[in-house]
Structures are given as structure tokens and as C-alpha cells.
Design a protein around this ligand. Structure first.
Ligand SMILES: NC(=O)C1=CN([C@@H]2O[C@H](COP(=O)(O)OP(=O)(O)OC[C@H]3O[C@@H](n4cnc5c(N)ncnc54)[C@H](O)[C@@H]3O)[C@@H](O)[C@H]2O)C=CC1
Ligand SMILES: CC/C=C\C[C@H](O)[C@H](O)/C=C/C=C/C=C\C=C\C(=O)C/C=C\CCC(=O)O
Length: 314
């Protein structure tokens, strides 16, 4: 099947509107003033306030837990956080790769700021143990990034387990740990979904299902009227095709392989740096609760939706 650019654009826009997702929203503006939320109280020691703006201050000494981060987007998110002074526990099933990255990041940012742990997000025990180990090293977690994911239509159960259940369980561990009404310090949960979680993609339907599920989970938590008293915020990042290993698809991993290749080429491929920029806008935003940020090669970084509860008045 061949879509012209304008037909494809029409389909995607029409679908987005059916789902109530605004398709034209203002682009982000870089935040310039420090805000007390979500990272208050400020704990910025004077000797580190040497940055040109508030960005480093906001993430300085915040502790992040990132899944699927031995390579690709997770590795890049981890480095961006370290670069802004955060402490990062990054995790993956690829242990030797993870250990190598840990060495590089420890040399660059300091051993006390970096930790790599084996974590298979498809195992509840593995997730819970690594989260516990990260808390043991750093004291607490402020930012949970559920990033681990696969795109393989020949591994349906694994895909749902990793992309959806792994992210849900990761979020719930973070919620229980962070919620202020249970003695936590509050925090932010970012789920890495995809534009394939907002629009149907016929050559990766089950991947789409896992990401639609994740967007639904995000929207549900984001609309929780008790979030502010729990000190919780939920953001969701939805990149389109991005230049990482996940795009090196084998024929059996995708339906309509040739269509998939052609459409991917037609829509264009994001640079990892662009997705990291969207990620940072989200985690450094004054309030990211309910935000969905899409990042596409042609339309750059955009807000897609801010969730609101349609039930809070009931
Ligand atoms: N690159 C892209 O085109 C896009 C990627 N995404 C999402 O971004 C996230 C990161 O993917 P990329 O960096 O692009 O791909 P990638 O394949 O480079 O990285 C995925 C990482 O997840 C890890 N992983 C796989 N199964 C795991 C498990 N059971 N437990 C823990 N870690 C596991 C892999 O070892 C790998 O390090 C995924 O959730 C993906 O669905 C979303 C939209 C576009
Ligand atoms: C090759 C598939 C393998 C992996 C899937 C990826 O990891 C990724 O998560 C999948 C993304 C799917 C994206 C689907 C649709 C993307 C839509 C857009 O990028 C819309 C942007 C512009 C359209 C405008 C135009 O056509 O001119």
C-alpha cells in the first residue's frame, strides 16, 4: 500500500482527533525561571550554582532509575541526567554492555553518582530487587524512567510483558516508594511510549497495542486527583522512529516488512539528541503531570495532551 505524504498526514491527524488528541498545540518554550515543583524543596549547594540557567540546579542531586539503558535512548537519557548533576541508576538485561557504560560514566561523573544493575523488567522480582538496591545506594529515587522496550511481532507475550507490564510494575514500585502520604518524598514517573501508542500502525499492531496500553496507564495515573497530595507527577514521551538498534528489524519482527521499511523512510527518523531534548523538556518542566510529548522527524517536539480528570467532580 502506498500513501502519499498528504494522505498519510491526513490519516494520522484524523485518527489523533478521533482519540481527542489535539494535533496543533504550541511548541515548548524553554523554562527560564526555577520553579519549586516538582523538585522542591531546593537543595542546591552554592558551590554548584555555576550553570548559565536553572537547568542544572533542577536536576542536581536528584536520583533517577532508568530501565533498558545499556544502549539507545535509555543510555542517552541517563547521560543527559548525569550531565545535569543527577545521580543515575541505569539498568538493563545486557550486563557486559551495562558494565562498560558504567565504567565510562563513573570515570566522567564520579562513582558515587552512577550505578549499573542487571534488571529484567519482565520479571517482577528482578525489577523489585534492583529498585531496592538502587534505594540502598542512593537513599531514595526521585525520577523513574520506564524505558526498556522491544519491537518484535514474533514475540507477542514478551513484548507485552516488557513494554507494558514492565513499565506498569516499574511505575507502581516508584509510586509506592515516592508517595508523600506514605513517607516518601514525591517524584516523577516518565513512561517511554511511542507515537505508535497514539496512532495505529498496521505493520506493528501488537507493538502498538503495548504502547497504547502504556499511554492509557499514563493518562489514568496522571488524572488521579490525589497526585498533588502524594507529590507525584506522570509524564509520557512518545517518539516516532528514532535512530537506535530497535529499528534494525528482521523480516519476521514486523508484518508487511517492505511497507514498514518504506513508511519509516518516508516519515523520517529522529536523531537520538532530539528525543533527549524532548525528554529534558519534560523532566525539567515546572509541571509535567499529564503531558504527552511527541517527537517526530517532520514535526519536531510537540505537546500532544495534558490529561485532566473527567471524574474529579463526581
Ligand atoms: N527507536 C525508536 O524508534 C523508538 C523507540 N521507542 C521506545 O524507546 C524505548 C527504548 O528503545 P531504543 O533505545 O530505541 O531501543 P534499543 O533496542 O536500542 O534499547 C532498548 C533497550 O531495552 C533493553 N531491554 C530489552 N528487553 C529488556 C528487558 N526485559 N528488561 C530490561 N531491559 C530490556 C535492551 O537490552 C536495550 O538496551 C523502547 O521502549 C522503545 O519502544 C519509542 C519510540 C520510537
Ligand atoms: C520499524 C518499526 C520498529 C519499531 C517501532 C519503533 O520503535 C517506534 O516506536 C514506532 C513508531 C511508529 C510510528 C508510527 C507513526 C509515526 C507517525 C509520525 O511520525 C507522524 C509524523 C509526521 C507525519 C506527517 C507526514 O507524513 O508528512
Amino acid at each position: 500500500m502506498n500513501f502519499t505524504p498528504s494522505v498519510l498526514s491526513f490519516i494520522l491527524t484524523a485518527e489523533a482527533e478521533v482519540y481527542g488528541i489535539p494535533t496543533k498545540k504550541p511548541k515548548f518554550h524553554q523554562q527560564v525561571q526555577p520553579s519549586p515543583s516538582p523538585w522542591s524543596p531546593w537543595k542546591v549547594s552554592e558551590n554548584i550554582v555555576t550553570c548559565e540557567n536553572n537547568i542544572i540546579m533542577q536536576l542536581f542531586n536528584r536520583v533517577a532509575f532508568v530501565t533498558g539503558a545499556a544502549q539507545g535512548l535509555g543510555k542517552a537519557f541517563s547521560e543527559a541526567l548525569l550531565n545535569r548533576g543527577a545521580k543515575v541508576c541505569f539498568t538493563d538485561i545486557q550486563v557486559s554492555k551495562g558494565k562498560e557504560v558504567e565504567k565510562t560514566y563513573s570515570d566522567k561523573y564520579g562513582q558515587d553518582r552512577v550505578l549499573f544493575l542487571h534488571c529484567d523488567v519482565s520479571s517482577s522480582a528482578s525489577l523489585a530487587n534492583s529498585f531496592k538496591d538502587a534505594v540502598s545506594k542512593f537513599g531514595h529515587i526521585d525520577l523513574m524512567v520506564n524505558n526498556a522496550g522491544i519491537a518484535d511481532e514474533s514475540r507477542l507475550r514478551d513484548m507485552v510483558n516488557i513494554n507494558l507490564i514492565g513499565a506498569i510494575e516499574g511505575s507502581m514500585l516508584a509510586v509506592e516508594h515516592m508517595r508523600k502520604d506514605k513517607g516518601g518524598k514525591g517524584g516523577v514517573v516518565i513512561n517511554i511510549a511511542s507515537t505508535a501508542g497514539l496512532t495505529g500502525v498496521y505493520f506493528v499492531p501488537s507493538y502498538c497495542a503495548s504502547k497504547f496500553g502504556l499511554v492509557g496507564f499514563h493518562l489514568s495515573w496522571a488524572s488521579n486527583p490525589y497526585n498533588s497530595q502524594m507529590g507525584l507527577q506522570f509524564g509520557c514521551l512518545c517518539p516516532a522512529f528514532t535512530d537506535t538498534d530497535i529499528l534494525n528489524q528482521k523480516e519476521k519482527q514486523m508484518l508487511y516488512f517492505e511497507d514498514g521499511q518504506r513508511i519509516t523512510k518516508h516519515l523520517g527518523i529522529n536523531r537520538v539528541e532530539k528525543v533527549v531534548q524532548g525528554f529534558l523538556q519534560m523532566v525539567e518542566s515546572e509541571n509535567c503531570n499529564g503531558d504527552i510529548i511527541t517527537i517526530t522527524a517532520k514535526e519536531d517536539i510537540q505537546y500532544s495532551r495534558r490529561a485532566s480528570s473527567k471524574m474529579s467532580h463526581l
